[in-house]
Ligand binder design. Structure first.
Ligand SMILES: *[C@@H]1O[C@H](CO)[C@@H](O)[C@H](O)[C@H]1NC(C)=O
Ligand SMILES: *[C@@H]1O[C@H](CO)[C@@H](O)[C@H](O)[C@H]1NC(C)=O
Ligand SMILES: *[C@@H]1O[C@H](CO)[C@@H](O)[C@H](O)[C@H]1NC(C)=O
Ligand SMILES: *[C@@H]1O[C@H](CO)[C@@H](O)[C@H](O)[C@H]1NC(C)=O
Ligand SMILES: *[C@@H]1O[C@H](CO)[C@@H](O)[C@H](O)[C@H]1NC(C)=O
Ligand SMILES: *[C@@H]1O[C@H](CO)[C@@H](O)[C@H](O)[C@H]1NC(C)=O
Ligand SMILES: *[C@@H]1O[C@H](CO)[C@@H](O)[C@H](O)[C@H]1NC(C)=O
Ligand SMILES: *[C@@H]1O[C@H](CO)[C@@H](O)[C@H](O)[C@H]1NC(C)=O
Ligand SMILES: *[C@@H]1O[C@H](CO)[C@@H](O)[C@H](O)[C@H]1NC(C)=O
Ligand SMILES: *[C@@H]1O[C@H](CO)[C@@H](O)[C@H](O)[C@H]1NC(C)=O
Ligand SMILES: *[C@@H]1O[C@H](CO)[C@@H](O)[C@H](O)[C@H]1NC(C)=O
Ligand SMILES: *[C@@H]1O[C@H](CO)[C@@H](O)[C@H](O)[C@H]1NC(C)=O
Ligand SMILES: [Cu+2]
Length: 627
């Protein structure tokens, strides 16, 4: 079990105030240091009538909840008792001045090798809501993940009526086979990785799969109460629809940022995204149970996991024995089957390819933009980027040239502006820190496509080859950045979730077809656009985001990291969720892209400085580990 200690140090408080004077002073918060022990280990787990050994933290699947209050310091000692290299990413945590703790292997750190350990230290500043943590190397995050629950500072209420109870609800994917074998095979053949066999809710596959009813997530509720579900999409590849029969969900935040509340029957959540939603139960015992279901949204032309995971919302029966009544959380269990005789209602979910439903849903998301929680949307832009995001091919690496399983015997690759990211052998942050970026990465990532074409036109260009490289784009510290992400129709238009490390951003506009630089910016929402850390680039469309490159905290890497999540079936993806250092580079097979300010990295208490020259003054090399 993860534990938190109440150790309070005045030194911590001082640092907190330096970093976030405004936020913390306003709240009068006293920061704690929360300490966790994460033992990464192999654990036997049975699902769908098959038992396999998976990588877990502390033997738990999903892993333990990391709980903190806004303003707290967090310290996680990760001990690697597994046979795999591993690192842990704290997804969505801004990591102000703590870039070394972000977690992506070969970007901000070397992986923690078997038998070794690493202490992640960071502070939660200016965020409250739900985030999550996961392994950040290869496909280990398929099983190594868990919730991050960030409570508001003591005494600070939610900007909505307080729920009676809060429950993390994590969506995931389950493969019968070893997921490291699945991704290794895809990389070898150049084809898409095998799709998952089931989706999960809190690690449980539910009654719609064979040999699975015993592994069903049950949410036990009382009538007349409000439950806050902390939704997390930890699936590797799939955007999901989610709905609970006969109940509505009121969305109050996304990615640990409050939104203007709105109520829906069904919501959409992309991989990496989180959302707090309020579930008001029926005023009286209904004598029925309600299925809660999740299944994918996709318009891919390739194969995908076309299955549905279900859990059950069960009302406490007032006529049952008092022993069934428990007031303590969590209000969930796997084996309580005493309501078998009740009718169970099922929700109706949108069609799997209902892109207009998704567009309608995302259009409802607005920042709260209140006096307490303002939306600081950059109005004047210093740097503009236009990135095409999509699929392409690499030539087959096999000597005979014909054995690969991608299009026409090639290998699938994902790219941004036609550059496919190649993972370096030295962590980028480390290379920068040591002043030895030469030969590790180049700083010539193109801000615009080198060749323009009809990005979403049909037919797409015949030449699908992409170049590869470890390239970054450098941002000056403090710059206001606008980034337009344009999906392409090359090898099929698809929705690609994209994620930034170290930053939140505002989604100021989106649309279908090609972005029109003459007319679309006039339609941008610069007042209350939703702020988040992960956004889906619409299939065959574009999305425009804005942010300020104000986080020198990723020190060296200062980074912003944009990670692209191409669809599973079409990619050889090793590189999902790669973060990057100071700028934008495209990831290759599995393409992610990264972006971040390289100038202006500072150590705690230092002024912004020149990139490599200042590096040696920053932090301590010992935190890097050995590559
Ligand atoms: C799992 O992998 C084995 C070989 O490693 C293969 O024979 C089997 O078909 C795979 N099963 C699934 C469900 O992919
Ligand atoms: C992937 O699926 C194919 C076809 O079902 C199967 O033959 C192969 O063994 C699977 N590979 C892995 C690693 O599961
Ligand atoms: C369950 O098993 C039956 C019989 O083997 C099969 O026809 C059906 O497709 C399976 N259903 C699922 C969801 O796997
Ligand atoms: C649930 O919804 C279904 C369909 O919308 C309706 O037929 C049914 O009466 C509802 N039942 C309960 C108990 O809410
Ligand atoms: C997905 O599965 C559903 C029901 O099992 C089926 O109706 C639908 O046609 C499938 N869609 C695709 C694209 O395979
Ligand atoms: C969605 O898929 C169905 C068949 O599965 C098809 O008839 C329909 O045209 C598709 N809709 C869109 C918007 O692609
Ligand atoms: C999306 O919204 C538009 C306008 O609000 C509406 O006409 C359309 O029916 C909606 N589509 C879906 C799938 O909800
Ligand atoms: C091509 O090479 C691959 C290994 O790189 C091998 O598996 C395959 O059998 C070869 N195909 C032919 C036609 O020689
Ligand atoms: C781009 O392609 C689309 C779809 O094929 C077409 O409707 C549009 O006219 C094209 N735009 C230009 C500028 O050629
Ligand atoms: C693409 O290839 C097709 C078929 O080989 C050919 O007809 C077409 O002219 C090519 N298009 C371009 C833009 O080269
Ligand atoms: C980069 O691309 C070149 C040309 O296609 C290829 O020879 C090389 O192996 C690629 N490197 C990587 C790491 O994929
Ligand atoms: C683990 O990481 C180290 C350092 O990058 C590397 O040398 C080693 O090959 C990796 N081991 C595995 C099993 O990937
Ligand atoms: Cu992240």
């Amino acid at each position: 079990m993860a534990s938190s200690s109440a150790l309070r140090s005045s030194a911590s408080v001082v640092v907190a105030m330096v970093v976030a004077v405004v936020l913390l002073a306003a709240m009068g918060a006293e920061a704690e240091t929360r300490k966790y022990q994460f033992d990464v280990q192999m654990t036997s787990v049975t699902r769908l009538c098959g038992t396999k050994s998976i990588v877990t933290v502390n033997g738990q699947y999903p892993g333990p909840t990391l709980l903190a209050r806004e303003g707290d310091h967090v310290e996680v000692n990760v001990v690697n008792r597994s046979p795999y290299n591993i690192s842990i990413h704290w997804h969505g945590v801004r990591q102000l001045l703590s870039g070394w703790a972000d977690g992506p292997s070969y970007i901000t750190q070397c992986p923690i090798q078997p038998g070794q350990s690493y202490v992640y230290r960071f502070q939660v500043v200016g965020q409250r809501g739900t985030l999550w943590w996961h392994a950040h190397i290869s496909w280990l995050r398929a099983t190594v993940y868990g919730p991050i629950v960030i409570l508001p500072p003591a005494g600070v209420p939610y900007p909505f009526p307080a729920p009676d109870e809060e429950v993390p609800v994590m969506f995931g994917e389950w493969w019968r086979n070893d997921t490291e074998a699945v991704i290794a095979q895809a990389l070898q053949t150049g084809g898409g990785p095998n799709v998952s066999d089931a989706y999960t809710i809190n690690g449980l596959t539910g009654p719609l799969y064979n040999c699975s009813a015993q592994d069903t997530f049950k949410l036990n509720v009382k009538p007349g109460k409000t439950y806050m579900l902390r939704l997390i999409n930890a699936a590797l590849n799939d955007e999901l629809f989610f709905s609970i029969a006969n109940h509505t969900l009121t969305v109050v935040d996304v990615d640990a940022l409050y939104v203007k509340p709105f109520t829906v029957d069904t919501l959409v959540i992309a991989p990496g995204q989180t959302s707090n939603v309020l579930l008001a139960t029926k005023p009286t015992y209904p004598g029925a149970s309600y299925s809660m279901e999740a299944r994918p949204y996709t318009n891919t032309q390739g194969t995908f996991d076309n299955t549905t995971v279900a859990g059950v919302l069960e009302y406490e029966d007032p006529s049952s024995s008092p022993s069934a009544v428990s007031s303590s959380s969590p209000s969930q269990n796997n084996n309580n089957n005493n309501n078998n005789s009740l009718p169970v209602f099922a929700p109706s979910l949108p069609q799997i390819n209902d892109t207009s439903f998704v567009a309608n849903y995302t259009a409802k998301l607005r920042s709260l933009a209140s006096a307490e929680y303002p939306a600081a949307v950059p109005q004047d832009i210093d740097r503009r980027f236009f990135f095409t995001v999509g699929l392409g091919t690499h030539p087959c690496a096999a000597a005979n040239g014909t054995s690969c399983q991608g299009p026409n015997g090639s290998r699938f690759a994902a790219s941004i502006n036609n550059v496919s990211f190649v993972l370096p052998a030295t962590a980028l942050l480390q290379a920068h820190f040591a002043g030895r970026s030469n030969g590790v990465y180049a700083t010539d990532f193109p801000a615009f496509p080198l060749t323009s074409f009809n990005y979403t036109g049909t037919p797409p260009p015949n030449n699908t080859n992409v170049m590869n490289g470890t390239k970054v784009a450098v941002l000056p510290f403090g710059a206001s950045v606008e980034l337009v992400l344009q999906d392409t129709s090359i090898l099929g238009a698809e929705s690609h979730p994209l994620h930034l490390h170290g930053f939140n951003f505002f989604v100021v506009g989106q649309g279908f077809g090609n972005f029109d630089p003459a007319n679309d910016p006039a339609k941008f929402n610069l007042v209350d656009p939703v702020e988040r850390n992960t956004v889906g680039v619409p299939a065959g469309g574009w999305v425009a985001i804005r942010f300020r490159a104000d986080n020198p905290g990723l020190i060296i890497c200062t980074g912003i990291i944009l990670a692209l999540f191409p669809r599973p079936q079409v990619l050889t993806r090793t590189h999902y969720w790669r973060t990057c250092r100071c700028v934008v580079h495209a990831l290759s097979p599995g393409g992610a892209h990264e972006l971040g300010p390289e100038n202006g990295m500072v150590g705690a208490g230092r002024e912004p400085a020149e990139p490599e020259a200042a590096a040696s003054a920053i932090g301590s090399a010992s935190v890097l580990g050995q590559c």
